[in-house]
Write a protein that binds this ligand. Structure first.
Ligand SMILES: [Zn+2]
Length: 104
């Protein structure tokens, strides 16, 4: 199955960047979930989280577009965001892709 870029540009993602892309999709899914859950997304903490995710996803998409080598800082940052989500909201209602493998 071909993987499409997390940013929605329709670009196909080379095999090497699929883990990066999957992380981005997971992050996007957390934002979608926050937005569709009643009572969420309005607090300062929620809005801060969404903003951080959007910023991180821009960087992830750039890595996919430019085929940049793995960036450890970005990797840590995105992993922390997913961890933060889990701590704050509990287990996500969607399946986390590569992240589950990466966090072991
Ligand atoms: Zn893209």
């Amino acid at each position: 199955m071909a993987a499409e870029c997390l940013c929605g540009c329709g670009r196909e993602v080379a095999f090497r960047w699929r883990p990066v892309n999957t992380r981005g999709r997971d992050l996007r899914a957390t934002v979608t979930e926050i937005k569709k859950t009643p009572g969420r997304g309005r607090s300062l903490a929620d809005r801060g989280y969404v903003k951080e995710v959007n910023r991180a996803c821009e960087k992830l998409a750039e890595a996919v577009h430019e085929q940049l080598p793995a960036d450890n800082d970005l990797e840590r940052e995105t992993r922390d965001l997913l961890k933060k989500y889990r701590e704050r909201y509990g287990k996500p209602g969607f399946s986390l892709g590569r992240w589950q493998i990466a966090r072991r």
